[in-house]
Design a protein. Structure first.
Length: 259
């Protein structure tokens, strides 16, 4: 499709690639011609996600924990060894943690969420940026959330961690001043996914089906988002079409935060 954003030959590293949004993103980036390095701590799920890619896709799957600096350094090195460069980095792995009010929130879970969502994003940029700065070119896209733009009951640390991702994004964009490296983030809203359903169940104490109609009442688009719709914005930010876009937080939320 010539009228779509193309990423032919570009090397895209995606963390959290075995998850709902990560899997949709590696598929879309591969369809647009990118060579893929898919990173996740869940090896079996990662292999399954890679199998779904178009047969023509060149892809490398790497099992790694984004909170472990040696494993981050290893996946960055392996990407460069295999493909020679990193053009786009989708720094996406994240967890929701406990779904509880602050007085009941365990310190252990608090620290774990910060470790994955903030330290993981930091370490990814720490190790990918030198590769991109050396070639004076590249696009980093971090996954924040609309919970990084507003308060979100029962997921206080998740919300705090996503506010931090936006801060890291803006700061990294400034640190890349005068270079060809751009740093942005996406802020997905209510995406039809396991994570959304887990947060809903945690807030409402049970296994009741999500009342979609009620949930979309405050969304101008009047529906949940699809993971592929987050992937589309990532593809845009990864591409040269976004050449003047850096330091931005792109909401992909059907207008949920437009109020
Ligand atoms: N689903 C939503 O509605 C939604 C909304 C806003 C933001 N987000 C964000 O989007 C991103 C992807 O979410 P998703 O819905 O695909 O969730 P998901 O749980 O389906 O996928 C997350 C993936 O990250 C991986 N991961 C977690 N910890 C890791 C670690 N330490 N090292 C390596 N991999 C690790 C998991 O194994 C999983 O495959 C997350 O950052 C999430 O916070 C999701």
């Amino acid at each position: 499709m010539t009228d779509r954003i193309r990423l032919d030959g570009r090397v895209a590293v995606v963390t959290g690639a075995a998850g709902v949004i990560g899997t949709a993103t590696i598929r879309l980036l591969a369809e647009r011609g990118a060579r893929i390095v898919a990173v996740d701590r869940k090896e079996a799920d990662l292999k399954a996600a890679i199998k779904e890619l178009p047969v023509s896709a060149e892809a490398l799957a790497i099992a790694a924990d984004v909170t472990q600096e040696d494993e981050v350094a290893d996946y960055v090195r392996a990407s460069v060894d295999k493909f020679g460069t990193i053009d786009a980095f989708y720094n996406n792995a994240g967890i929701e943690g406990d779904i509880k009010p602050i007085p009941q929130y365990s310190l252990e879970s608090f620290r774990r969420v910060l470790d994955v969502n903030v330290v993981g994003v930091f370490l990814g940029m720490k190790h990918v940026l030198p590769v991109m700065l050396k070639q004076n070119k590249g696009s980093i896209i971090n996954t924040a959330s609309i919970a990084g733009l507003m308060g979100s009951p029962y997921i206080a640390v998740y919300s705090a961690s996503k506010h931090a991702v936006i801060g890291l994004t803006k700061t990294a964009a400034w640190e890349c001043t005068g270079t060809g490296v751009r740093v942005n983030c996406v802020c997905p809203g209510l995406i039809d996914s396991r994570m959304l359903s887990t947060i809903y169940q945690g807030r409402n104490g049970g296994n009741a089906p999500m009342p979609i109609e009620k949930m979309v009442d405050r969304i101008p688009a009047r529906r949940l988002g699809h993971a592929s719709e987050v992937a589309s914005v990532v593809a845009f930010l990864a591409s040269d079409e976004a050449s003047y876009v850096t330091g931005s937080s792109y909401t992909v939320d059907g207008g949920r935060t437009a109020a």
